[in-house]
Design a protein around this ligand. Structure first.
Ligand code: NDP
Length: 288
């Protein structure tokens, strides 16, 4: 008897990832069987980790911090959104054994934001909003195009290494112009944004970007791509400043559903999975 299809999440760190649980719940929901593992990537070892997964019969993988740019480079063919991002979070091998890459982070984030903002659908979820994106790594690169397409009026990108923010903005300049969005990179984040998205990996090491006073304020929605059993440091910071704040669990579930659809040609319902995951995280917090 053959084993169920094998998938994995590749990254470093990866132990905290809830992706195996999410894909298990998706598979249960639609009566499919699959295996989904966490695989730790050694520094500089992305290609080796990918080759090992393939050798074990892997059908595809999700890619997390810090490997999304490596994933895009490894793919023989990229979707337009992954090409624009130069970052991939979803890889799969086709019938000919060629590796394709896609990026579902942007659609995942915008779906969760639409839900949190009470907007109907993702097409114009951010219509007219002023958005600050903190970070210019694989995650930020994967979402900027979707934020523009969701109708944001102004987008400011801030990153610790300013030149990376500038590069990201340059790559998206044409898309922003087509959508009439004002897009720029800044050395210090300005005040007055309606939505502040934290997409740095700083919180994995317990460090937050230093933000000038007033960037997080009452009336703003703050979104941390990081998620945890307890409120993340960024969520706590934002709430202390009076902002409404949410972690990235909803994005995680939504981007995973898109990956699942790409691999399995099956659409799943995300609400019950998000409810279940949140209940499990709450139970962990209560037990600790
Ligand atoms: P990358 O390694 O590709 O990029 C890291 C980013 O974080 C860079 O912008 C880097 O800045 C910045 N950074 C790292 N450390 C610090 C620090 N101490 N202070 C300020 N900035 C810092 O990682 P990803 O972009 O792939 O991931 C970023 C985060 O987003 C992770 O926490 C990841 O778990 C989360 N994520 C969550 C998802 C979800 O579905 N909820 C999906 C995708 C990501 P610099 O360029 O200066 O090095």
């Amino acid at each position: 008897m053959s084993l169920p299809d094998l998938y994995a999440v590749l990254g470093n760190p990866v132990q905290h990832s809830r992706s195996p649980r999410i894909h298990q719940l998706f598979a249960q929901q639609c009566g499919q069987a699959l295996r989904y593992e966490r695989r730790l990537v050694a520094p500089g070892g992305f290609d080796a980790a990918l080759a090992a997964l393939r050798a074990d019969g892997g059908r595809g993988c999700n890619v997390t911090v810090p490997c999304k740019f490596d994933a895009a480079r490894a793919a023989s063919r990229l979707s337009p959104r992954a090409e624009l991002a130069q970052a991939a979070n979803t890889l799969g091998w086709d019938e000919q054994g060629l590796l394709w890459g896609d990026n579902t982070d942007g659609i995942g984030l915008v779906r969760d934001l639409a839900r949190l903002l009470g907007r109907d659908g993702e097409a114009q979820a951010l219509r007219g909003m002023r958005v600050l994106l903190l970070g210019a790594g694989g995650a930020a690169s994967g979402v900027l195009g979707s934020l523009i397409e969701a109708g944001a009026a102004q987008l400011e990108v801030w990153n610790r290494s300013h030149e990376r923010a500038e590069g990201l903005v340059r790559r998206h300049a044409q898309l922003a112009a087509r959508h009439g969005a004002a897009l720029g990179a800044s050395r210090a984040p300005a005040r007055g944004h309606d939505l502040v998205i934290h997409a740095t990996a700083g919180s994995l090491g317990g460090e937050l970007p230093q933000l000038p006073p007033g960037v997080l304020h009452a009336g703003a929605l703050a979104y941390d791509m990081m998620y945890a059993a307890r409120p993340t440091p960024f969520v706590l910071l934002a709430r202390a400043a009076g902002a409404r704040a949410h972690d990235g669990l909803g994005m995680l579930v939504e981007q995973a559903a898109e990956s699942f659809a790409l691999w399995r040609a099956t659409r799943v319902r995300t609400e019950p999975v998000l409810r279940q995951l949140r209940a499990e995280l709450d139970a962990e917090a209560a037990a600790s």
